[in-house]
Design a protein around this ligand. Structure first.
Ligand SMILES: C[S@@+](CC[C@H](N)C(=O)[O-])C[C@H]1O[C@@H](n2cnc3c(N)ncnc32)[C@H](O)[C@@H]1O
Length: 225
């Protein structure tokens, strides 16, 4: 995401937050992009290389159910479906969801418009893999805390939450959108019976950008009978 591409998105974010609607600007941006009046700065139109590396390194068969948070135009969801996951992918911006469906008309992925801050009740505890990439970093304050808690709540017993995000030092200036996550932000994903099994900050890409990779697993509750 170059600074030039981000400038318009940052102005929309600032206006939306000032109006007390921290997620309203995403639809505004996707709709403007569809009209040819803006660029969606994070839309690379290919699967995230960190996700591809995770899939290749994990060395086990992939399957079960997956939920892709803030799916944008769908490339990561398509990648997970291609690995064998029965995949649901959602975004708060209806224009993004429509764009994903249009790009992948024969996709097995179920694309939905939904809000991470108020997910459908039947998604709670329902997914073997929840993939969150770069959504929490475009939310701040109470919305960020609620988004972090919601990601964990979507994971099934025995399931995995995989999180990628920009990283910053705890004392660092959050700067302008996207607002990188601190270690404390990442550790907050591990709540209740969801435990961190891997958490590291690494330099990714060229020029290198500091990013978190976090894996969290929900304990399987043993039945007493
Ligand atoms: C920075 S983009 C990242 C998109 C994609 N995950 C990627 O890695 O390219 C954040 C995405 O999250 C979506 N989003 C933001 N807040 C959301 C919310 N509360 N619920 C669902 N999606 C949300 C935005 O519309 C946007 O598509």
């Amino acid at each position: 995401m170059t600074d030039e591409k981000r400038a318009h998105a940052r102005r929309l974010a600032a206006a939306s937050i000032a109006a007390g609607e921290p997620t309203a600007w995403f639809e505004t941006l996707y709709a403007a992009a569809e009209a040819g009046e803006a660029v969606v700065p994070w839309a690379d139109l290919e699967p995230n290389p960190m996700l591809v590396a995770w899939a290749q390194e994990s060395g086990h068969p992939h399957g079960g159910t997956a939920l892709v948070v803030g799916c944008g135009l769908g490339d990561d969801a398509e990648y997970l479906a291609g690995l064998g996951y029965r995949t649901v992918a959602f975004d708060v911006a209806p224009t993004a969801v429509a764009g994903a469906r249009r790009r992948f008309p024969d996709s097995p992925v179920r694309y939905e418009t939904a809000d991470l801050l108020a997910p459908p009740a039947d998604w709670l505890g329902a997914f073997d893999l929840v993939f969150e990439c770069y959504t929490v970093q475009v939310l701040q304050g109470a919305a960020r805390a609620a988004a972090i808690a919601s990601c964990g709540a979507l994971v099934a017993p025995g399931g995995t939450l995989l999180v990628f995000a920009r990283a910053r030092e705890d004392a660092g200036d959050p700067g302008a959108m996207p607002w990188p996550l601190t270690r404390a932000d990442m550790e907050a994903f591990a709540a209740g019976d969801l435990a961190a099994v891997h958490l590291e900050a690494l330099d990714v890409g060229e020029p290198p950008v500091r990013r978190w990779s976090g894996t969290f697993r929900r304990a399987v509750v043993e039945s007493a009978v």
